[in-house]
Design a binder for this molecule. Structure first.
Ligand code: FDP
Length: 324
């Protein structure tokens, strides 16, 4: 028997019945808007070299990263589709120093429109990441009512949670529609893969260094050594981990132990990915505790993240606690 075709928006509609009615209808509209932006972004990525959309704009964003033309274009696209949804009151975007106000009642969206910019000019996989919050952008990650990411690779995959599991949808390009293909994504309890920028080893916490050494030390009984897989685009690397198990890490630079310098952004990278990981039965930590418990006090705040299989994340935390 052929299985029924379930679209993203139909699925979100079914999954948001427990939310207050207004919140549910805003959430559905916002998912529609982000899906529309994602369809446009995947098309622009596919044709970027032909449309003169590779390279940088010459500007830097609030985090000091040089802005790629596609970063800018992705931001404008998300702004336009969210404005048209009339369901988003405020957008915090990596590409805008101040939050974008839409002057309508609705929910707050925190979004990195194009994540993994260093892969853009080489045709690598990149992503969009977002979290949705009820009233305000700042506060704990546990205030999120929804989160998701879009992975632009050989196929375009939309993965989301509204706190009722994690589900993945593949873009049917002919119909510009996301269709359910990966229901109930569950992270294996333990994996065989780690993802980290190992070039930064000399900046890490000693526990972090010891953990990576542990993963590389052969031991048949515990399935070591692990394999390293790192593309430099968080969505692509985290998606692999959610699928196959293991751990993705972007620890803080601890060159000055009194001034840890994390890289990834809390509101539109760490918090949404942590919500998705927990909902998929995995774990997300800062090394000291659950990443979802972090309280954002600034919109472009940065945070560390260790995310993936529960056993692998728990072991990293143990190394942080006990050291080498
Ligand atoms: P990028 O700066 O290229 O946008 O968002 C930050 C991010 O990418 C993540 O997607 C990625 O995991 C990480 O930075 C890569 O950083 P490194 O180049 O330092 O490894």
């Amino acid at each position: 028997m052929a299985t029924a075709r379930v679209s993203l928006v139909a699925h979100v509609t079914g999954a948001t019945t427990a939310l207050p009615a207004k919140q549910a209808s805003y959430t559905i509209e916002i998912f529609g808007a982000i899906a529309k932006a994602a369809v446009a972004i995947q098309d622009e990525l596919a044709h970027a070299a032909l449309r003169g959309r590779l390279g940088t704009t010459g500007e830097s964003n609030v985090s000091g990263d040089s802005v790629k033309k596609l970063d800018d274009w992705g931001h404008e696209t998300v702004v336009a589709t969210l404005a048209a949804s009339r369901a988003c009151s405020l957008l915090v975007s990596e590409e805008a120093e101040a939050a974008v106000e839409f002057n309508v009642p609705g929910l707050v969206v925190c979004c990195d429109p194009v994540d993994g910019s260093s892969s853009l000019d080489v045709g690598g996989a990149v992503g969009t990441v977002f979290g949705i919050r009820p009233e305000r952008a700042l506060g704990s990650g546990r205030e999120q009512i929804a989160a998701g990411y879009v992975l632009y690779g050989p196929t375009t995959l939309f993965v989301y949670t509204v706190g009722r599991g994690v589900h993945g949808f593949t873009l049917d390009r002919e119909k510009s529609e996301f269709v359910l293909t990966h229901p109930d994504i569950t992270v294996p309890k333990r994996g065989k893969v780690y993802a980290i920028n190992e070039g930064n080893v000399h900046t890490w916490h000693p526990g972090q260094r010891a953990f990576i050494e542990y993963l590389k030390t052969p031991d048949k009984a515990s399935g070591r050594p692990y394999s390293l897989r790192y593309s430099g685009a968080m969505v692509a690397d985290v998606h692999r981990i959610l699928h196959d198990g293991g751990i993705f890490m972007y620890p803080a630079d601890m060159s000055d132990p009194n001034k840890p310098k994390p890289k990834l952004r809390l509101l539109y990278e760490v918090a949404p990915i942590s919500f998705i990981a927990e909902q998929a039965g995995g774990r997300a930590s800062t090394g000291q505790g659950p990443a979802l418990d972090l309280i954002a006090t600034e919109i472009h705040q940065r945070a560390s993240i260790l995310v993936g299989s529960t056993d692998d994340v728990a072991r990293t935390e143990q190394f942080y606690k006990e050291g080498p």
